[in-house]
Design a protein around this ligand. Structure first.
Ligand code: ZN
Length: 240
């Protein structure tokens, strides 16, 4: 066990209000592709006419829902993916009364599958979908069990409850994330390069002295970390 891991365990032991803030790296270790990582969407065979940022934009969804769903079903949904060590250990820490909230940029429901109850999903969830006409909610099967553009029983188009490009984040979720970060004793940030809005802005609300950064590559916030672990998040949590 490295001195850094020992320190991490010591701080967890002494903290009762931990918040975890996670990015794409938490999910890629479960085998989910991100956009630009080594196993990302761009390094696979990519046979769509536009880059992911366009395929997953609000305006594209509105103007080309059939093509949007073709992309979305193939590239964004993977129901065979399971929680990894990091998800499972975080859920255990919540159960033990150590961890208060998980804040995630991922839309894959893996924290909930692992047993976490308090999860703030900054970008929504592909496990929730709603009718744009009558707001009725639908499970993921409304997308995976259909072809073409999924429709509500009222005839309206069903939209994933996911923040698309060009769309704003949910203000109440952002506020809850700010409150959680501001009041926590220990903030663990993992699997994010902190280069994408709103991640970097959010961690600035933390004013404590136990900011832990876990990422397999350097981030622009490394100098601000109280404890820096430049390694895979699963490797770290398997020793927590
Ligand atoms: Zn409807």
């Amino acid at each position: 066990m490295t001195p850094q891991i020992r320190t991490l365990n010591d701080w967890i032991e002494r903290s009762e209000n931990i918040v975890f803030f996670g990015g794409a790296g938490v999910s890629t270790e479960s085998g989910l592709a991100d956009f630009r990582g080594e196993s990302g969407i761009y390094s696979q065979k990519y046979d769509f006419p536009y880059p992911p940022e366009r395929m997953l934009s609000h305006s594209f969804f509105i103007s080309n829902p059939a093509e949007f769903y073709e992309f979305y079903r193939k590239m964004m949904i993977n129901e065979s993916v399971r929680p990894n060590t990091a998800h499972l250990r975080l859920a255990e820490l919540e159960k033990a009364g150590k961890l208060r909230t998980v804040i995630t940029q991922n839309i894959d429901n893996l924290h909930q599958m692992a047993g976490s109850k308090s999860v703030l999903e900054l970008h929504g969830s592909c496990y929730r979908n709603f009718c744009m006409n009558c707001r009725k909610f639908y499970p993921i099967s409304a997308i995976t069990g259909t072809t073409g553009v999924p429709r509500c029983e009222c005839g309206g188009i069903i939209k994933p409850d996911v923040v698309l490009y060009e769309e704003g984040l949910d203000e109440s979720v952002i506020q809850a994330a700010i409150d959680a970060i501001r009041s926590c004793q220990m903030l663990i940030v993992g699997g994010t390069s902190l280069s994408v809005y709103p991640a970097a802005g959010l961690i600035n609300y933390y004013s404590g002295d136990r900011l832990v950064l876990i990422n397999s590559s350097p981030t622009s916030y490394d100098a601000q970390a109280s404890l820096l672990l430049t390694q895979k998040i699963g490797e770290v949590f398997s020793q927590v």
